[in-house]
Design a protein around this ligand. Sequence first.
Ligand code: UGA
Length: 428
Amino acid sequence: MSYRISVVGLGYVGLIHAVGFANLGYRVLGYDVDRVKVEKLRRGSPTIYEPGLEEYLTRALSSGALEFTDNIEDAVLGSDVTFITVGTPSLPDGSVDLSQVASAARGVGRALRLKRGWHLVVVKSTVPPGTTEGLVAGILEEESGMKAFKDFGVASNPEFLREGSALRDFFKPDRVVLGVRDERSRDTLLKLYEPIEAPKIVTTPKVAELAKYASNLFLAVRVSLANEVGVVCKALGVDCYEVLGIVGLDHRIGGHYLRAGLGFGGSCLPKDVRAFIRLAESLGVQARIARAALEVNEEQPRRAVELLEKHMGSLKGRRIGVLGLAFKPGTDDVRESRALDVIRLLLEKGAEVYANDPKALDNARRLLGDKVKLVENPQELVDAVEAVIIATEWSEYENLDYRGKIVVDGRRVEGARRTAKVYEGLCW
Ligand code: UGA
């Protein structure tokens, strides 16, 4: 049987999965409450920047495999498996805001009342352990009038996509994690993921949910540990990339997530570490290492600004450029970008801030308004300012002419070292 899939919530994760599953040959219905978004996607215009997305989206639309709707009932009734892929942002205390998950489950549950035949609901959003079997299954039962794990399936299937390489990660993941409680859900998901070559781990929903948080926590801790080593390296006058290069060759350690610099940003790592801390606390456990990872991360933008002050003295009224606004290259996403922290600190010190990004200017404009001068051409930005902080390692910044400028490099852009008047690596 070729399953029909619906995807509820067309943010980053939802859109990649809708497009990905459609390109695997499934019929996919993508649903979002936002009509404007649905219209745009119908026209084949991606709502986010992600390498390869436009081509895959066009292909899926023209083959008829992918359709978009703003009617959740149509999405659920027109499919056999529904993925919930809505956002789970942080609340002010760091815990997880599950309101979007709850409202998605409500919509799906109501539609299930009208459905004939078995249906599987899969939670892909990152949620605290227990949410799939608790909150989600509960709401689905309430709204549908049916029994979860019997009349319909509920499962957890966390995602491990990295922005900037999300489609590659979708088609070639390191593992597929299936958190299930009943056989039919397990068999359905195993069949659905058959075209994907990767180890399939079948476990309980709680394990699957926690594995996601633990993975992001490990990644965040590695980055912060690299940064801590980096700060010591800088104080000693040695290059932490040389040191960590040697460290990473130990196969027990490995070379990934050892790039020291401004630290981790984005919509996942900071949020998931905060959620892990809250989860641990709620269980009476001190999450010391997770806390330290956040602390180290918070310090890096401040260090960058201090290095600038070391060379310039007061920043009041000085023209400073920030190269890169996206939280990493290959995306237009500025959520929790370290560049925003750098900019906030510069503005607090009275600097006149200029900023550039190859993809994220529109998203940044929405957040920053007219507090910062956004410049489309990076060379023009460098020419207009006295000093530059490099916040994102876009390849576009490698070959700029930094002559006569002070450069504080937060991301190891080698090209800047060659031409800058003064070059300061954050940890090298
Ligand atoms: C992260 C995880 O890597 C994915 O596996 C996960 O699916 C995703 O969160 C999620 O939970 O949805 P993502 O946030 O897209 O993916 O980006 P990463 O590539 O992990 O980078 C996160 C941040 O860490 C970036 O700001 C990056 O610049 C920084 N970073 C990464 C470093 O500073 N050094 C490194 O060595 C690696």
